[in-house]
Design a protein around this ligand. Structure first.
Ligand SMILES: *[C@@H]1O[C@H](CO)[C@@H](O)[C@H](O)[C@H]1NC(C)=O
Ligand SMILES: *[C@@H]1O[C@H](CO)[C@@H](O)[C@H](O)[C@H]1NC(C)=O
Ligand SMILES: *[C@@H]1O[C@H](CO)[C@@H](O)[C@H](O)[C@H]1NC(C)=O
Ligand SMILES: *[C@@H]1O[C@H](CO)[C@@H](O)[C@H](O)[C@H]1NC(C)=O
Ligand SMILES: *[C@@H]1O[C@H](CO)[C@@H](O)[C@H](O)[C@H]1NC(C)=O
Length: 764
């Protein structure tokens, strides 16, 4: 179109003509200055550029927070003649709304740094903070002061937050209170709360925000952290509502997390990478729980850029490491202008519908969904997203939203909104949140610091001692990265008369599991050293005692043609002092314990047999063990040959030196797992120093030790663990821990001592 889109004569002077067909205009910096602050431009003076005002701490830009350059070469909103752009002092909402008490000093307005104190009329007692300071983010420090008289009501007086008004003065069961915010404040949190039988109010205390009120990173991390933790831990205690039947969480995982990040121009350009890094951190945090959610990850503007399709998780196993790599590799080219918030929510709705179709409507009812949206809410295409959110709610709630009704489905859907930007469209965004419990709406000035916010979220200490928990997302292969992947690995060094180096595994704070053949008759605890690395480097632990399996006897079958007989080749070492658990040092799960059942999501009275069936279910079962390799260890991949495949595998035992017997079962009893060979997969071969190490398997985010590396038919390793593969007879035999549970239980589960907390073993 040749028509000029320039409106004013001034602007027309700056319009550039291209090929005589299209006329484009630039905005000018005329009258854009701000008194006491400065501004930045996202795309210089081109159309669509966002002018963002910045003020010093404790001040905010007024009257405009931002301006957008229109195609006409005009800024919107334009500069106002009688209200020049300036930095205003941050204000906090009026605290004089408190009932039954006094506020000092009484002021019309309260600014950053102003202090207030509160006291109650006689006969009333105070909860909350008796003094509060107006903070730079536009909020009062501490908690809402509440003066109440214990009148025997079911719920405590819920108070009135600064800047708010409350209707409802009855606090009995089913009573409701409603809140509104005064003046130009808007409400974040629960607009309505109901007093429950258990004496608690539903929802969260509302707060009144100004346009210049933001949540601090600490507030966000505490509030979002506790909310998301609820979702993650709830997941483990899911009960089948149909007759109280015990259910097992399906291996597909039942938590679906949809992450959508606005990268339209209204969110500043440089923020893309920060948002991406923050999401990586969030995903890593979530993974530290023993759940593996399915993820949908999209970036959006007027188009949706799908980084990760959640349906992949249903087709195949998607490793966390690959999720993170995909995110890291994701590049965004020329993005479209405009923002279509509705489109991204419709995409999520569609994915949900496909999941429902995939797993079936019955299984879908067990799925929980968390949508996490990062946007400033300034959509200009696609219309309001509200109807789409309503449909998503319908799909998940199945018309069952009654708060108090048993079986309410409100907790199956959480929509968190991270409202981020210099100018947030709160009115559009706040109604999109959903979910019970904690806060779901977070208001942040920019995305800087979001990563640190997520980093703070989950207190590792709560989960640090869980067996088998590890981080496999560490892309680094330095020592620390290895340590996080195998935090249970220990090195056993025997300096007795027959010196030996073995592997071991940390199975409890004071216990290392290793092979019996790492010891020689006559060794004393002081001959043995155990090395474990933690954040302070390699730690040498002294040994208190060690136990070899009572049935271990290397000479037992010498007369039957087995010079060295390794049945029952396991030992437990008790350390003098416990290992301090951290993400670098924590135990591996072992068969037969309750904790392992938890890790495998076996609900109720599970059995060792169930664990075994889950972990060794195929005739070829993939397992791993470790070998020493700079900078710490390397993983060796093998397949255990079970069932019909076992006989062929153990036959090769007869090729080992020192075996003259003709029946391999004399040397390789049922207590061994057999690995090695090249059929279908060329298995790695164990080296001498690998002895005593864990033969393990990862189950979601947990590692379970299945066996202990014992002996092999061939010594084909050269220095540094290098060996030739071309040995068709090489086989390795590992003690199967499922056959050793009585021994493990007799020591680790021993209740008749005061030295350590025993592990809980299953009854059967
Ligand atoms: C409140 O803060 C304003 C702005 O800093 C200051 O001028 C005023 O004196 C303060 N009022 C009190 C009572 O401290
Ligand atoms: C404010 O309250 C806290 C604890 O309630 C108290 O430690 C502090 O001294 C008080 N500050 C003032 C100025 O009264
Ligand atoms: C699950 O059901 C059992 C009874 O079957 C009950 O004791 C337990 O409290 C329930 N757990 C939850 C979280 O509802
Ligand atoms: C919810 O209610 C609407 C109308 O009452 C009905 O059309 C719809 O099928 C119901 N949905 C479910 C999942 O029951
Ligand atoms: C590492 O050393 C520091 C300082 O001595 C100590 O506070 C910390 O507890 C140590 N960490 C572990 C895991 O022992």
């Amino acid at each position: 179109m040749g028509a000029s889109v320039c409106w004013s004569w001034f602007a027309a002077l700056l319009c550039l003509s291209f090929m005589g067909t299209e006329v484009r205009c630039e905005c000018t910096e005329d009258r854009m200055q701000i008194e006491g602050g400065h501004y930045t431009l996202t795309k210089k003076l081109e159309r669509g550029s966002l002018l963002v005002y910045h003020c010093p701490e404790g001040f905010y830009p007024y009257p405009a927070l931002t301006r957008v350059c229109q195609p006409s070469g005009q800024w919107r909103p334009g500069a106002k003649k009688f209200s020049p752009q300036r930095c205003r002092r941050v204000e906090c909402p009026d605290p004089n709304v408190m009932e039954n008490g006094n506020v000092f000093p009484p002021q019309e307005r309260y600014f950053v740094g102003n202090e207030t104190t509160y006291d109650c009329y006689s006969g009333y007692t105070m909860r909350g903070s008796s003094n509060r300071t107006c903070l730079q983010n536009g909020k009062w420090s501490g908690f809402t002061p509440i003066c109440s008289r214990d009148a025997g009501a079911n719920c405590p007086d819920p108070g009135i937050p600064a800047g708010a008004a409350r209707s409802g003065n009855m606090f009995g069961i089913d009573d409701k209170v409603k809140y509104t915010c005064n003046g130009n404040l808007f409400l974040v949190g629960s607009r309505e709360r109901v007093c429950l039988e258990n004496g608690q109010w539903t929802g969260t205390e509302p707060a009144c925000y100004y346009k210049h009120t933001y949540d601090t990173p600490l507030e966000v991390s505490e509030a979002f952290g506790s909310a998301i933790k609820d979702s993650l831990t709830n997941l483990q205690s899911l009960n089948d509502t149909q007759g109280g039947r015990k259910i097992r969480i399906s291996k597909d995982g039942t938590l679906n997390i949809y992450i959508a990040v606005d990268i339209s121009e209204s969110i500043e350009e440089e923020h893309f990478e920060k948002a991406r890094d923050a999401i990586i951190t969030l995903i890593q945090k979530i993974s530290s729980f023993s759940v593996s959610p399915n993820y949908e990850i999209v970036f959006f503007s007027s188009e949706v850029y799908e980084v990760l399709n959640i349906l992949n998780f249903f087709d195949d196993t998607v490793s966390l490491a690959s999720v993170i790599q995909t995110l890291k590799d994701f590049k965004i080219g020329d993005r479209n202008t405009g923002t279509d918030l509705n489109l991204v929510l419709r995409t999520i709705e569609e994915r949900m519908a496909l999941i429902k179709e995939r797993v079936g409507p019955q299984a879908f009812t067990d799925h929980r969904h968390a949508i996490i949206l990062f946007t400033d809410g300034a959509y200009n295409m696609g219309g309001s997203p509200a109807p789409t959110v309503a449909r998503i709610k319908d799909m998940v709630y199945m018309n069952n939203t009654a708060d108090k009704q048993a079986g309410s489905r409100l907790e199956y859907l959480d929509i968190y909104v991270f409202a981020i930007g210099a100018d947030i469209f709160d009115d559009d965004l706040r109604p999109l949140t959903a979910g019970t419990g904690g806060k779901h709406y977070f208001r942040m000035k920019d995305i800087t610091g979001l990563q640190e916010t997520f980093d703070e979220i989950i207190d590792e200490s709560e989960v640090v001692g869980l067996c088998g928990l590890h981080k496999d997302y560490e892309m680094t292969f330095d020592k620390k990265g290895k340590r996080m992947r195998y935090p249970w690995v220990a090195f056993v060094i025997n300096q007795g008369k027959n010196p030996k180096k073995c592997f071991g595994s940390l199975v409890a704070p004071k216990f290392i599991l290793t092979a019996a053949h790492c010891f020689t008759f006559g060794d004393l605890p002081e001959n043995i050293r155990v090395e474990i690395d933690d954040e302070n480097g390699s730690q040498e632990k002294k040994v208190h005692h060690f136990w070899l399996h009572p049935s271990y006897d290397i000479n037992a079958k010498a007369e039957e043609g087995v010079a060295e007989f390794y049945d029952y080749d396991i030992a437990l070492i008790q350390l003098q002092t416990a290992v301090r658990f951290s993400s670098l040092a924590r135990p591996i799960c072992i068969p037969g314990t309750q904790e392992t059942s938890d890790a495998l999501h076996l609900v109720g009275d599970s059995t060792c047999k169930q664990q075994e069936e889950l972990l060794l279910k195929n005739h070829r079962e993939r397992l791993s063990f470790l070998t020493r390799k700079h900078p710490l260890v390397a993983e060796k991949d093998v397949f255990a040959k079970l069932g019909a495949n076992r006989d062929f595998c153990i036959r090769k035992a007869l090729t080992a030196q020192g075996i003259t017997a003709t029946d391999p079962k004399i040397a390789v009893t049922d207590n061994f797992l057999c690995t090695g060979g090249k059929v279908e997969h060329r298995d790695d071969i164990a080296c001498t120093g690998d002895s005593g190490g864990a033969v393990f398997k990862n189950y979601e985010q947990r590692t379970i030790q299945i066996g202990v590396v014992s002996w092999g038919t061939q010594e084909i390793c050269k220095a540094g663990g290098i060996y030739t593969y071309d040995n068709p007879d090489a086989r390795d035999f590992h003690i199967n821990l499922f056959k050793m549970i009585p021994f493990l239980k007799s020591i680790l589960g021993n209740q008749d001592q005061d030295d350590f907390t025993p592990l809980t073993f299953l009854q059967n």
